[in-house]
Design a protein around this ligand. Structure first.
Ligand code: CO
Length: 146
């Protein structure tokens, strides 16, 4: 497994609008992207940038996730954590298919086939019970950023 950058921390929230206020006013975020729906995953998503080291454009992001009507997984997470909370960590890898094969060889449960995620690149998730309790998203590095 070739560990890459921590791309984002997924945070479930009952209200992206309220979370935007929090990250702007409490945390001082200056770059908050426009929220958008990912209808095939039944979620609304909003990225909050943190500055990269040494002025790099790409710091680690916070991925705010709000369930759309009909959502089950995020909705049940919010039933257990009504105020919201950390939902997953996402790491970049250079080759998504190689990473999937490597996890499977190690006996880690990969949840489904690689699919296009919120960043428009291929992602998959690995089961938290095989990952020290953390739902782990693996994401191919965006094209041109290798
Ligand atoms: Co994510």
């Amino acid at each position: 497994m070739k560990l890459g950058r921590l791309n984002h921390v997924g945070v479930a929230t009952p209200s992206i609008a309220d979370s935007i206020v929090h990250y702007r006013d409490v945390m001082g975020a200056t770059k908050i992207h426009e929220p958008f729906d990912l209808p095939d995953q039944w979620v609304k998503v909003c990225f909050v940038d943190t500055p990269g080291p040494d002025g790099a454009l790409r710091g680690t992001q916070i991925e705010l996730i709000e369930p759309l009507p009909g959502n089950t997984s995020i909705a049940s997470f919010l039933e257990k954590n009504p105020a919201g909370g950390q939902h997953h960590l996402c790491y970049e890898v250079p080759d998504i298919h190689a990473a999937k094969a490597e996890f499977e060889v190690m006996g880690k449960r990969v949840l489904g086939e690689p699919r296009i995620g919120a960043h428009g690149t291929l992602i998959f998730f690995v089961h938290p019970r095989d990952m020290q309790g953390i739902l782990t998203e693996i994401m191919e590095v965006p094209e041109g950023e290798h």
